[in-house]
Design a protein around this ligand. Structure first.
Ligand code: AP5
Length: 224
């Protein structure tokens, strides 16, 4: 399975990616996580990306494209992968398509997670993440069992620096301006499938796996 998860900030891509990657035994390649690891590791890539991430802007295409194609060269991605947060612009999508065509491994599907815009800010400002295993919590909808501590590894949870109302509104602007065009890009190629990302997390996972199990099913309508 070679798939891309698409959707605005807070749509639940990271939350669902963990379950889908496990179900299909493919690696999850999350560009946001790779950048955050580089920021905390104080690498030159991290220093470069941090400036953009703090503002809620996209990191320049050339940096991201190189990083992802290098990652997809690794052995664990040969039999499939899940891309979470990439591509995010048409040039990124074109570069990905060219790369995958060149190695004879085209995408199977692009899942678009839909969530009402009115839910997004609340989901984001109440998000907490584990810096060790990247598991995602929400103080409103999915709190950890022990206050501010990861259920899986007991590490203190973190509040992402870009999870403020001001920055998430900027990230949403970037989504509308640069990423939404990908809906048409992938619809035209017959790859786009829709999942409503509201309700219990397990229910959204069930819906997503049902869509992935039936890729010959009804295609979505043309994006407006
Ligand atoms: P990235 O880390 O990819 O952030 P994002 O796309 O803005 O996505 P989020 O992580 O905010 O949301 P999500 O959809 O994963 O939601 P989640 O599952 O956590 O990117 C960060 C930055 O890196 C970018 O701004 C950019 O600067 C840079 N970057 C990354 N990739 C790039 C690229 N390709 N090009 C250029 N720059 C790039 O869920 C959110 C919250 O909602 C959680 O608290 C969760 O518990 C809760 N939740 C999830 N599902 C539900 C549900 N069903 N009901 C209620 N709550 C739910």
């Amino acid at each position: 399975m070679r798939l891309v998860l698409l959707g605005p900030p807070g749509a639940g891509k990271g939350t669902q990616a963990v379950h889908i990657a496990r179900a299909y035994a493919v690696p999850r390649v999350a560009t946001g996580d790779i950048f955050r690891d580089n920021v905390s590791g104080q690498t030159s890539l991290g220093a470069e990306a941090k400036v953009y991430m703090e503002r809620g802007d996209l990191v320049p295409d050339d940096i991201v494209i190189r990083m992802v194609t290098d990652r997809l060269e690794r052995d664990d991605a040969v039999n499939g992968f899940l891309l979470d947060g990439f591509p995010r612009t048409v040039p990124q999508a074109v570069a990905l398509e060219e790369y995958l065509d060149s190695v004879g491994r085209p995408l199977d599907v692009v899942v678009r997670f839909n969530v009402p815009e009115s839910d997004i800010v609340r989901r984001i400002v109440n998000r907490r993440v584990c810096p060790v295993d990247n598991s995602v919590y929400n103080l409103d909808y999915a709190p950890p069992k022990v206050d501010e501590v990861c259920d899986l590894c007991a590490t203190p949870l973190q509040h992402r620096q870009d999870d403020t109302e001001e920055v998430v509104l900027r990230r949403l602007e970037e989504y509308h301006a640069k990423t939404e065009d990908l809906e048409y890009f992938y619809w035209e190629r017959g790859l786009l499938r829709d999942v409503e990302s509201v309700g219990p997390v397990e229910e959204v996972t069930r819906r997503t796996l049902a869509v992935l199990d039936d890729l010959d099913g009804d295609p979505v309508q043309a994006p407006s």
